[in-house]
Write a protein that binds this ligand. Structure first.
Ligand code: ADP
Ligand code: ZN
Length: 710
């Protein structure tokens, strides 16, 4: 038989290579070993068919890795759909769908195996009491790890030699910590009941659940999930970044106990693979997980929830540039089940679709406890004029002190990590990353100078042209804020949560756990603390600088700022005490800030839609971004010109090519296709790229519906 095999090679695009199965039995959806130019690599079998004349010599494969397909038909079809929609190589889609352990790539390691004993069906005779007691632990075909068997009855190998047991290897299984079910359904409010009744099971339909923070959305998900479990179907609950939402995990685990698998980026490959198998083998039926869990091997899904559906972590920012929401909706169609998109500040695109009736709109308009925090806006321009710091204004400092006095807690949000966010030489030149066109940051804790784009770092004083230079820094990052807060409130206990303090596994949970236990009074952090935190004793949330994200030139910046403010405001006053939010900004009248203060989503939506319409941005138009990159600037620009020539007569609106900031040493040239007919735009991309790849070897990356144009 001949095999069409996909391999990792960026220039092949979606082309498969043909190999001969030789003596091996091979099925589609399995991995095989092949050699190319003396390299051993792993390929993914797409098609198996009888030998035919190819006009070239077909080489044999070297071996077979999987006896049975590792992807079911649905996931294979999903990979095909995804490669078309995202205009990406199929192999990259397959790699995205499969857990690392199973990825068809050269570096993938084999699954971890363990030795086990298995009870055979041979009847026992003349056993000792110890032996009989051991045998009685098993039914026919039941397995046990050798180590465990050894610890129960060290002489079990005698029973193996008598044929009562056999030894075998199996993939290491995940040992679950037992979770006590302790959380009972709450009697729903009339509004919640209305939402639960409004979601039809066993039918593919997309719902938008728009409800302010604290309106009881999570309770609604849990009760619909319970109905789905009663029908013996599976449930997928997607959350933005799991380590940031320990409370969601906690609530789902307590409601459904051992029926829940948690899947997120902090798990190592082996742990992820074990969770994957538990779902595949129907050991668990509910998955709570981040982006990649949308590819779990479900075969009977009854509900998908996308919580905080506006969150940008749902978009994968490398090839394939997929959006989790799109995959979720696609899978719901395959499984004929509902999808609930939930948010207090839905993405503009989502809300616009709900208004047009593409999605069904469900609303929860009031908070369960009917308390909204008091919001105060502090004008930092005025503060500067009265010689206060724009980072720690007098009202904010007074607010912090007042909370400390009554033993309550404070969250301070500053969306910049590091100590100083810009460094200048004495000649007033900004110190830039050698690999990227961005300013370098200073980190005081390890005295390093770092690039937040590519990870470039130097320690100690930098040298330029062989000469040590003295630097003047400016800008405040979380480290510097922490230092200032400690100096101003020497008796307060202060914690910090940002990408630098959360590198270690479980660091998020540790910090949040300590904060919940009131081991410190003030938590300083980047936007990662704005989400999902529900702590009764937090009565003040200070947004140190609401303008950091407004300053971006990106078309999404205003929306991002608005939803960040809305989320952050939702962190305060969730319990018995009245909460307050203080927002420091140089633009107090900006509509994003005004609408967030007054919790006016709909108002914000109409205003922002006007801007999007004027600029003909999404959701009024679709965008596809095509980036050609090369270490050589001229080559990347020439590639852009060449690509432009291929599409300029298509009748679609084309913007560019323009050169973007250099990133990770690559000069990048971008072209944007803009229009209302996404199908035609995607088709144009496919056609033109097929031609382009035969003419030019420059790397091309396509992002359909890009979230950012930076
Ligand atoms: P959201 O997910 O919209 O932020 P939650 O589901 O977390 O809202 O609900 C907010 C708070 O209200 C939680 O502490 C939750 O336990 C509580 N809650 C939710 N529904 C009810 C209910 N029907 N009765 C009483 N308390 C509820
Ligand atoms: Zn860099």
């Amino acid at each position: 038989m001949y095999l069409d095999v996909y391999i990792e090679d960026s220039f092949l695009g979606n082309q498969a290579l043909t190999y001969d199965a030789h003596d091996f039995f091979v099925q589609p959806g399995t991995r095989v070993r092949i050699t190319i130019r003396n390299r051993d690599i792993i390929g993914f079998v797409h098609r198996v068919y009888p030998r035919e004349d190819k006009g070239f010599k077909v080489l044999p494969i070297q071996g077979v890795i999987d006896e049975a397909p590792i992807l079911n038909e649905e996931l294979f079809a999903l990979a095909e759909w995804m490669r078309y929609r995202t205009v990406s190589p199929i192999i990259r889609c397959l790699q995205t769908i499969l857990p690392n352990k199973l990825k068809p790539q050269s570096s993938a390691k084999a699954a971890k195996m363990e030795r086990i004993v298995r009870r055979t069906d041979v009847d026992t005779v003349a056993l000792t009491t110890r032996q009989q007691a051991f045998v009685d632990l098993f039914v026919i075909d039941q397995e046990m790890g050798v180590k465990e068997a050894q610890s129960i009855y060290s002489g079990f190998r005698t029973l193996v030699s008598k044929g009562y047991f056999e030894l075998d290897d199996r993939e290491v299984r995940y040992e679950e910590g037992v979770v006590e079910k302790s959380y009972h359904p709450l009697p729903l409010t009339a509004d919640q009941q209305h939402v639960v009744d409004g979601v039809a099971l066993n039918r593919a339909e997309t719902y938008l659940l728009h409800g302010v923070t604290g309106s009881g959305k999570t309770e609604v998900y849990l009760q619909i999930a319970a109905k789905v479990r009663q029908q013996d179907q599976q449930v997928l609950i997607l959350v933005p970044e799991i380590s940031l939402t320990p409370q969601m995990i906690d609530r789902v685990s307590k409601r459904f106990g051992e029926d829940v698998a948690i899947y997120h980026s902090a798990l190592n490959d082996q742990e992820k693979y074990e969770q994957y198998l538990r779902v595949k083998n129907h050991q668990v039926h509910i998955v709570v997980g981040t982006r990649s869990s949308v590819f779990m091997p479900f075969d009977n899904l009854g509900l998908i929830v996308v919580d905080e559906e506006h969150d940008s972590s749902y978009k994968q920012e490398n090839v394939p540039y997929y959006h989790t929401r799109d995959i979720a909706i696609h899978r719901s169609e395959t499984h004929q089940c509902p999808v609930i998109l939930g948010s207090a500040s839905p993405a503009l695109e989502t809300y616009a679709r709900a208004l047009r009736g593409v999605y069904t709109l469900l609303e929860l308009e009031s908070r369960i406890n009917h308390n909204f925090p008091k919001v105060t806006v502090i004008d930092t321009q005025k503060a500067l004029k009265s010689r206060q710091s724009a980072y720690l204004t007098e009202p904010l400092l007074a607010g912090i002190q007042a909370r400390l006095d009554v033993n309550q807690q404070v969250v301070l949000l500053l969306n910049r990590r590091g100590y100083m966010t810009m460094l200048k030489t004495e000649d007033d030149e900004v110190l830039q990353c050698p690999n990227c066109d961005v300013a370098l940051n200073y980190h005081k804790d390890d005295n390093s100078i770092r690039c937040h784009m590519c990870g470039y770092q130097i320690f100690g004083a930098p040298t330029i042209n062989g000469k040590r230079v003295k630097l003047v820094g400016s800008g405040v990052g979380t480290q510097r804020l922490e230092e200032q807060i400690i100096a101003l409130f020497p008796n307060a206990r202060v914690g910090r949560m940002d990408a630098d303090t959360t590198r270690k596994k479980n660091a998020h949970q540790q910090i949040i756990g300590d904060f919940i236990d009131h081991k410190f009074d003030i938590l300083i952090g980047t936007q990662m603390i704005a989400k999902g935190l529900d702590i009764e004793n937090v009565t003040l949330v200070g947004i140190v600088n609401a303008d950091t994200s407004l300053a971006y030139t990106d078309y999404h910046a205003v929306e991002t700022t608005f939803s960040m403010l809305l989320q952050a405001a939702g962190r305060s006053g969730r319990g018995r005490f009245e909460g307050e939010v203080m927002i420091q900004t140089a633009n107090p009248d900006h509509y994003a800030i005004q609408c967030a203060i007054h919790q006016k989503y709909k108002h914000f939506f109409s205003q922002e839609m006007v801007y999007r319409k004027t600029a003909s941005y999404p959701p009024y138009n679709y965008l596809i971004s095509i980036i050609l990159s090369d270490e050589d600037e001229t080559k990347s620009f020439q590639a852009g010109q060449m690509y432009l020539d291929l599409i300029k007569d298509s009748g679609l609106q084309i913007i560019g090519p323009i050169m973007l900031r250099k990133m990770q040493r690559k000069h990048r040239c971008r072209i944007i296709i803009k229009g209302r007919d996404l199908e035609a735009m995607i088709a144009l991309c496919h056609q033109s790229l097929d031609v382009f790849r035969t003419l030019n070897r420059t790397g091309v990356v396509v992002d359909v519906n890009p979230l950012t144009l930076e």
